[in-house]
Design a protein around this ligand. Structure first.
Ligand SMILES: *Cc1c(COP(=O)(O)O)cnc(C)c1O
Length: 512
């Protein structure tokens, strides 16, 4: 299997090169030359085996230049017993008649980013070794919350790598900050940037584009890379859990082999739902993909009108990982919708950066609407859904998952479609204890959302305990453990000092 770029069909690269590079030089995203198929017989063969076996099978269809032994090593290391709190790794729980929850937050950081970021470091270092690339990888990431922590956990103590995460001083939740500043590991660093997420991200981009710095690094034996969700090495492990959860439903007699299911995905950068689209194209019986957004409903509008228009206000919500106006991974679906026309794609992307919008043709829009349904939920609806779902089922959802539940309810009401549905749950409710607690305790008239930021680490731990009591569920171990963790990372820097932070970090890595 070879790969090319959404903006250049003529490129031809191996999966190892693609995973090492992340982004194509002309700015496009890497896509496979063809989408492999999984037959009904092969699906059947995967029913009795565990997540790791299923992962190996799906990964081997795309990552054809990795040997079977290499893939086994990557999968066994990433999804080892003890890394995830559920033996099924991606756990399926029944919620209501015909509605099942896919809990993707049993990994070390309690958010779904772990599903891919636990394995990406192994895929990257294997690619480095196999291509005889002796450089040490330095991962630089700007984070608005979950990605930074999951990347730190994934790369910590992985030989041949180092990771430096920048987070905006006033742009992550108290829990997310606490998780990052207590990060352990010999090859990690975390720095707060005096600014917002855009400042941090712009700073990191500038470092990536600094040719002089890159050359210095090269001479000293380092190579910068990114753990961003546009890397194919993050997308392909996400296809696995759609197959695995379907097979688990078959195994539990909740669906017949071959019977179609719907999937609802709370969406931000469009990576998670795109993985579900790939699963459908590969032959997994999927009827509808339901794309759920919060108040930043640019994708809902796109699915309804065919116009992607980012000229709008950015709204802060209680589901911060979905507060996004440019969903990078949409580019891959767009490319398929226009018949893999890279010239057309370049034109869309130029229009987006120059005019702030683009419009797809009716034929592409029809094809999009035949696969996807889009909806959104505001903060008040999200809070109400957390409360009502808890009262009717006893199940506690985090705000991102609750956005998905609201949109699912709206979808059923509008279409009457009773197809068995999988609702993707992207974070543990304990990652957002303040808002979830407020939702559970408030009465219907009093659900403003956006709970006040807590006054520090002690408050955050107290909130965890209060939520455990109110919801009647145990605090996940990784968050429970925060109470006794030392604060290890106190660096703060201005926007102009980020490069100095990088130099200091590389120097420290050289001494190791
Ligand atoms: C990242 C994230 C999302 C959005 O996922 P995308 O792949 O960017 O669409 C949703 N919920 C949570 C909790 C996340 O961390």
């Amino acid at each position: 299997m070879r790969y090319h770029s959404t903006r250049n069909n003529k490129l031809s690269m191996t999966s190892m090169e693609v995973i090492k590079q992340g982004l194509s030089p002309e700015g496009g995203l890497f896509v496979p030359d063809r989408i492999p198929k999984v037959s009904r017989e092969e699906l059947k063969g995967m029913i009795p085996v565990d997540y790791r076996q299923r992962a190996k099978k799906i990964l081997s269809l795309y990552l054809t230049d990795y040997s079977q032994q290499q893939l086994t090593n990557c999968v066994e290391s990433a999804y080892a017993a003890g890394q995830f709190s559920s033996s099924s790794i991606a756990q399926v729980t029944a919620l209501e008649e015909g509605l099942h929850i896919l809990e993707l937050w049993h990994g070390p950081t309690c958010a779904f980013k772990d599903m891919a970021l636990q394995i990406l470091p192994y895929l990257m270092t294997t690619a480095m070794q196999s291509t005889d690339d002796k450089k040490e990888i330095i991962i630089l990431t700007a984070t608005s919350g979950d990605t930074g922590k999951a990347a730190l956990e994934g790369f910590r103590d992985v030989p041949g790598t180092g990771i430096l995460v920048f987070y905006p001083l006033d742009g992550v939740s108290s829990m997310q900050k606490l998780q990052m500043v207590t990060q352990e590991g010999s090859n990690v660093a975390v720095a707060a940037v005096n600014g917002n997420f855009d400042d941090a991200q712009t700073g990191v981009k500038r470092i990536f584009q600094d040719a002089q710095l890159a050359e210095q690094m090269e001479q000293r034996g380092f190579r910068f890379s990114s753990a961003n969700s546009i890397n194919w090495g993050r997308l392909v492990p996400q296809i696995v859990y759609y197959f695995s959860s379907y097979l688990d439903l078959v195994k539990q007699n909740r669906i017949l082999l071959g019977q179609a299911m719907n999937i609802v995905v709370p969406t931000g950068n469009f990576g998670n739902i795109l993985a579900a689209w790939y699963a459908k194209e590969m032959g997994l019986p999927i009827n509808r993909l339901i794309c759920a957004s919060n108040d930043n409903k640019i994708l809902t509008d796109f699915i309804h009108t065919g116009v992607y228009d980012k000229r709008r206000e950015f709204i802060q919500t209680i589901s911060p990982s979905m507060d996004i106006l440019v969903s990078s991974n949409l580019e891959r679906l767009l490319y398929e919708l226009v018949g893999r026309d890279d010239i057309q794609l370049n034109s869309f992307m130029n229009q987006l950066s120059e005019n702030g919008y683009y419009k797809i043709e009716d034929k592409a829009l029809e094809s999009l609407q035949s696969i996807m349904w889009g909806g959104y939920a505001n903060v008040k609806e999200t809070m109400a859904s957390i409360r009502e779902t808890f009262h009717s089922t006893g199940y506690t959802m985090d705000p991102h998952t609750a956005v998905g539940k609201c949109v699912y309810d709206a979808y059923r009401k509008e279409t009457g479609d009773g197809t068995v549905t999988l609702l993707v749950s992207t974070a543990s409710p304990f990652k957002f204890p303040g808002d979830v607690l407020q939702a559970l305790q408030s009465c219907a008239a009093n659900t403003s959302g956006l709970s006040k930021p807590s006054n520090g680490d002690h408050d955050e731990i107290k909130l965890l305990e209060q939520l455990a009591e109110a919801a009647g569920i145990a605090i996940p171990k990784p968050l429970q453990g925060l109470r006794d963790k030392k604060i290890r990372h106190t660096s703060e820097c201005g926007r102009e000092e980020m490069k100095n932070q990088v130099s200091a970090f590389v120097k420290k890595q050289e001494m190791e």
